[in-house]
Structure formats: structure tokens, C-alpha cells
Design a protein around this ligand. Sequence first.
Ligand SMILES: *[C@@H]1O[C@H](CO)[C@@H](O)[C@H](O)[C@H]1NC(C)=O
Ligand SMILES: *[C@@H]1O[C@H](CO)[C@@H](O)[C@H](O)[C@H]1NC(C)=O
Ligand SMILES: *[C@@H]1O[C@H](CO)[C@@H](O)[C@H](O)[C@H]1NC(C)=O
Ligand SMILES: *[C@@H]1O[C@H](CO)[C@@H](O)[C@H](O)[C@H]1NC(C)=O
Length: 480
Amino acid sequence: MGWMSHPGWVMVSFLTELLSTSSRGIAQGMENCANDTTIINALLKETYNKHYIPSHPTRVRVDMWVQEVTSVSELTQDFEIDLYINEFWEDPALVFSDMNPCKNNISFDDKVLQRLWIPNTCFINSKSAAIHESPFRNVFLMVFSNGTLWTNYRMKLTGPCDMRLKRFPFDKQRCYLTFESFNYNTGEVRMQWNAPYPVILLKNIELPDFKLINYSVIAVEQMYPAGWWDELTVAFVFQRRYGWYILQGYIPTMVTIVISWISFYLGPRAIPARTMLGVNSLLAMTFQFGNIIRNLPRVSYVKAIDVWMLSGMLFIFLSLLELAVVGFMSRNDGLPPRVKKRKRHEEDDEGFSWKSMQTSPHLELRQFWVDKRVNSLRNSSDVVPPPPIEEYTPMEMEAPYPHISKRREKKRWFSSIRKRWRSIEIRPETVDFYSAIFFPTAYMLFNISYWGFYLTNLSEYFDDEMAAEQAGETQETLFF
Ligand SMILES: *[C@@H]1O[C@H](CO)[C@@H](O)[C@H](O)[C@H]1NC(C)=O
Ligand SMILES: *[C@@H]1O[C@H](CO)[C@@H](O)[C@H](O)[C@H]1NC(C)=O
Ligand SMILES: *[C@@H]1O[C@H](CO)[C@@H](O)[C@H](O)[C@H]1NC(C)=O
Ligand SMILES: *[C@@H]1O[C@H](CO)[C@@H](O)[C@H](O)[C@H]1NC(C)=O
């Protein structure tokens, strides 16, 4: 060994050392780096026990990426969602930074994951859940050199929605997913949402009839008979797109109601046509209503669409009722009481006679009586004899004279008022006339209040109050 301490040899060995150090970066990268198989085999040797909880408690951070929502269904009260769920935790037994890996992470698939400890998390409120299996199980595992694990599953889930249809079709629906460790309570596993973005939407979620407008996350501790569990809940808020209902429900019923008002302009003699119009409108409303509520659950409270449809039916029903009144009035035409009334009417009808007398008294008067007689003949089989002309002539002749007594004028004024009042009360045309004003006005007022209530925060306020009440109830039942 003596020759090794020779200065020349020392020099050579030093130079060799220097050269190898300078090329270390390349040399080690190719030769000395432990490959992935070596690392995982070293980690999962006999000393690794997959039933051993890494730490008490193990902190699991969770976040999700929402890929797609495929349906929200009122009938089954659920929604379908495709998402990626990510979990992060630390497992000190898997630290491999001391093995010279030359990188800080290694990715694996499901086979390796099955040999590791996992927090056994699941969606506890899903109606169905599945990890996508095609073409292989869609599970991703990454182990970091400092012992951090990252798992990612691509899943399809059906979760419950809390359908509140009071504002239907102007409603918002909340759908929930609750994620928790199935096996480990808070003493073993603590779950928490990954800050700052617990939920990430991979795209704008829009369905034909719904739009995802917001989401919120909450973490609560829930008590079960076996202890306390951490529950991570995400709530998705879906806003219904009511365009379809406006086009298929609201506008057609509005048109139907407007059509039912045509009846007021057909006159009191067109009873059959008016009846048909009213009854057909009612049938059309029933049909349109049935068409929309067929796809809804049979809830026992009043929905916004019920208010609309039933009010529409009430409007048509009232217009039919108006038709009944008009029909009743015109049926009385020509009956004995009516004839009597007309007779009295003639006696009072001074203004008319007076006017016609002005030009050629006798001729006009005769014509007048002939007309009246024809009318009464038409209306009743009895011939009503005209009152003798002599009785009338003095009074009618008096009128053109300028000096009419004040009393007479007053009397005439009163009689005209009475006449007008009576005509308002009785004539079916008048009922139609006022209906033609009253019905559209009432409907317009109804529309203003309806849209004012349902399209603003007013109804939301009532809805939220109910939601708060219900939430309180569920909380209580869960805590027995
Ligand atoms: C990893 O190293 C082992 C032996 O150390 C070897 O048999 C295997 O082929 C290597 N794998 C790769 C991907 O280099
Ligand atoms: C994993 O390691 C590669 C290099 O090997 C690096 O590029 C990548 O960013 C790492 N991924 C994470 C999530 O750290
Ligand atoms: C381990 O490394 C990863 C990636 O660099 C990092 O996100 C994580 O916080 C680290 N964990 C610890 C315990 O340092
Ligand atoms: C979304 O929800 C959060 C929390 O509930 C709320 O603060 C926020 O105003 C909501 N955003 C919209 C657009 O509704």
C-alpha cells in the first residue's frame, strides 16, 4: 500500500475524482437514479401495513372538478353529475426522497393504490355512484417524495335534489352531495375542503332546462352511534330556464283568455257561438295545464304555474258566467213582463216623440206608432192596441212651445235619469260593454301582481324562509 501514497498516484487519483464530480449530473441521472419499480417495491415491502393509519388523525384534503351535469329531474328528485374527486393526505411510510429518485413524484394506477392505506371515502347520499371503468378503472395515484399522496377518481353520480316547486317554473333547485370517510371517525381521519378552490367547474354547466348558477361547500361534524364523522357537503344551485314554459304554457293560455273575451263583442243573440267559445277556451286551458304538470311530481302545495292556470280558468269561468247572465236577460225579451215594461217605456218616451214631431207631427207620429205595433206584434202574439192619439197630441204639441213650465222640465230630467239607470240595469248589451272593460283590466292587474311577485325577490324570501324551517327539521332528525 506504500506506493499508493506516492505523490504521483495521489495526483492521478485527485484528477479522476475531479472529472467524475464534474460529470456527476449526467452520470447519476442515467445510472444511479432509482427507477419507479424499485422505489415502490422498496416502499411496499413487508413492513408496510395497509391497515395502519398513517397518523392520528390523518388530515385528508378534498376538492372536486365538475365535468358535466347530465340531468336534473323533478320526478325522481335527483341529478346526474360527472366529476373528478381529488384527495390529498400524508403517509410518512411512503417518503422516498432518501432513495435518490431524481424526481419528486411518481404516478401509479389502481393496482398500486389497492396496496396502500386509503381513507375509504364515499358519497354517502348518492343514489348511485360508479367509477368510470372504460377502458380501465379511471383512478389516478401520485406519490410525492415527501410522502404526500394524491388520488383522483373519475365518477358518475346520482345525487338527491331538494325539489321545492312553490315557484315553479321560476324556481331554483338545490342538489347536494355529501362526502365522508366511511370507516374512520374524527379521531382517525379529519376531512376538510381544499382551500382556496374546493370546487372547480371545468366548463359552464348548462342543461336544456337548467343552468348551474352557484355552488357552496360546507364541512360539518355529524354524530353517529359510532362517534363523530366529518361530512363535506357541496350544494349545487340550479336555476330553471323558464323560456320553454313561457312559450308553451304562459303565452298560449294568455291567448286563450283573450279569445274568450271575443264573446263580449258578439252580442246577446249569439248565445250558441259564445257558449262554444267559452267552453272551448276552458277545454284548451285544461289541456295546456295538463301538458305542463304531467312531468311534475304530485306535490300538494300551490305552484306558481297552478296560480297562473287556475286564475286563467277562473277568468274563463267568469266570462261564461257573464254569458249566463246575458243569456238570461235576452231570454226575457218578448215575455209578458217585458211587454208591460216596454209599454211604460213608450209613455215615458217623450223626448223621442218630441223630436220626431218637430218636422211634420202627424205623419211622423203615425209612423212611430206603426213601428211600435210591429215590434210588439213580433214580440208577443197579443196585439197591443196603441193608445189613442188624442191623448197624446196635446202633450206632444205643447213641447215645441218655448214656455214650458219648470216643473215639467224637472220631471223630464228625472225620468231621463231613471230611464238611463234602468237601461244600465237591464240591457244585456250594457253587461257586455262593461265586461269588455272589466275583464281585460282585471286580467292586467292580475298579470302585474303575478309577475311582480314571482320574478322578484319577494317570492324567494318566502321560499328561503321555508327552506330554513325544513333544514332545521332535518338537523333535528339526524341528531335524533
Ligand atoms: C428498474 O430497475 C430494475 C432493477 O433494478 C430493472 O429490472 C427494471 O427493468 C428497471 N425498470 C425500468 C423501467 O427501467
Ligand atoms: C411531478 O414531477 C415532474 C418531474 O418529474 C414535474 O414536471 C411535475 O410538475 C411534478 N408534478 C407535481 C404535481 O408536482
Ligand atoms: C410535498 O410536496 C408536494 C409537492 O411539492 C407539496 O404540495 C406538499 O405540500 C408537500 N408536503 C409536505 C408535507 O411538505
Ligand atoms: C353564491 O353563493 C354564495 C354563498 O352562498 C353567495 O355569497 C353568492 O352571492 C352567490 N352568488 C350568486 C351569483 O348567487
